[in-house]
Design a binder for this molecule. Structure first.
Ligand code: NAD
Ligand code: LMR
Length: 329
């Protein structure tokens, strides 16, 4: 057995938490050789419901689940954590955009950034799922000056998985044949799912699509608005698929992405592809030995360039908004 990993999950009594926790406990996050110590954060009124979730986790008799602690104080719950899954935040409802949550959720991420800075383990890896995810990650990292900025990431893996599923359906190909999908920019309606480097088997995906107007009429809007479509259909936002993508993101970051493939992660920009340094923007990333690297040297055509720039402009606008609200440390 490996050394146990301390994993914090915020918003643990929420919808995503209800799917996420059982998968973490069963070993799907860090593999079958790594015991887990769960640290679950909730707001005070949700602690009673969280106790019920803890009972269910106990009833799963998961061999890898060593301990569960719960609480409403971030500094206590985050003490010594090696991984932090920041899910807890208000979800949007029908008719809202994710940026409408900036003010309500920004405060949460400045407090949690400070708490992680004070007490997390030196090797902590952080993924923000709570919306607006990219800018919440920016807020958290700017309040955590002692943690390397690149340890703060945000979830665009759900968009990546959605894009793979849509392309597979269009080309009548199995999902497992699709690789090198890329999501650029913000986890919002401005995101750009890019198939120009994607492959189906060994073939270029864009060359297999008969009519590329499909990108503008169908593929991009379907992927970018999938969250809203799920809210309209379910009456609440995606939960099991979001939990699954959160597992995929951190699993691959910790244990490595597949050979000959890459994954999409929103990470602090180092200036790659002209994205201003510091914005938390989605890029194609390769993960090895617990680290990620932005894939370099991809040729970006004019169509892709204008889409990437539009989404990055929205991130810059969100950055200005949260700076004005006083959330950037
Ligand atoms: P939910 O309302 O079911 O659960 C959120 C939980 O967070 C609640 O139990 C709430 O009590 C808790 N919470 C609120 N403030 C908190 C705080 N300060 N500390 C700890 N916990 C706190 O919502 P959900 O469906 O689980 O979604 C959670 C977030 O994830 C939302 O912001 C949603 O928009 C987002 N989301 C993101 C993606 C993505 O791809 N990035 C996908 C789906 C949902
Ligand atoms: C999603 O993409 O499903 C989530 O970000 C929830 C939402 O608000 O769309």
């Amino acid at each position: 057995m490996n050394t146990p990993v301390k994993v914090a999950v915020t918003g643990a009594a929420g919808q995503i938490g209800y799917s996420l926790l059982f998968r973490i406990a069963s070993g799907q996050l860090f593999g079958p050789q790594t015991p887990i110590q769960l640290r679950l954060l909730e707001i005070t009124p949700a602690l009673a419901a969280l106790e019920g979730v803890v009972m269910e986790l106990q009833d799963g008799a998961y061999p890898l689940l060593d301990s569960i602690e719960i609480g409403d104080q971030a500094e206590r719950v985050f003490d010594g954590v090696n991984a932090a899954l920041l899910v807890g935040a208000r979800p949007r409802g029908p008719g809202m955009e994710r940026r409408d949550l900036l003010e309500a959720n920004g405060a949460i991420f400045s407090v949690q950034g400070k708490a992680l800075n004070a007490v997390a383990a030196d090797d902590v890896k952080i993924v923000v799922t709570g919306n607006p995810a990219n800018t919440n990650a920016l807020i958290a990292l700017s309040n955590a000056p002692d943690i390397p900025a690149e340890r703060f990431t945000a979830l665009t893996r759900l968009d990546h998985n959605r894009a793979i599923a849509q392309l597979a359906a269009k080309l009548d190909a199995p999902v497992r044949e699709i690789s090198r999908m890329t999501i650029w920019g913000n986890h919002s309606a401005s995101q750009y799912p890019d198939i120009f480097h994607a492959r189906v088997g060994l073939e270029n995906a864009a060359e297999l699509v008969d009519d590329l107007t499909w990108l503008e009429t169908d593929f991009i809007p379907t992927v970018a608005n999938r969250g809203a479509a799920i809210i309209a259909a379910r009456g609440s936002s995606s939960a099991a698929s979001a939990a699954s993508a959160t597992i995929d993101h951190l699993h691959d970051w910790a244990l490595g992405s597949a050979a000959d493939d890459w994954v999409s992660m929103a990470v602090p920009s180092d200036g790659s592809y002209g994205v201003p340094q510091g914005l938390v923007s989605s890029f194609p990333c390769i993960c090895r030995a617990g680290e990620y690297e932005i894939v370099q040297g991809l040729e970006i055509n004019d169509f892709s360039r204008s889409r990437i720039e539009a989404s990055v402009a929205e991130l810059a606008e969100e950055q200005r908004a949260v700076r004005a609200l006083g959330f950037l440390g």
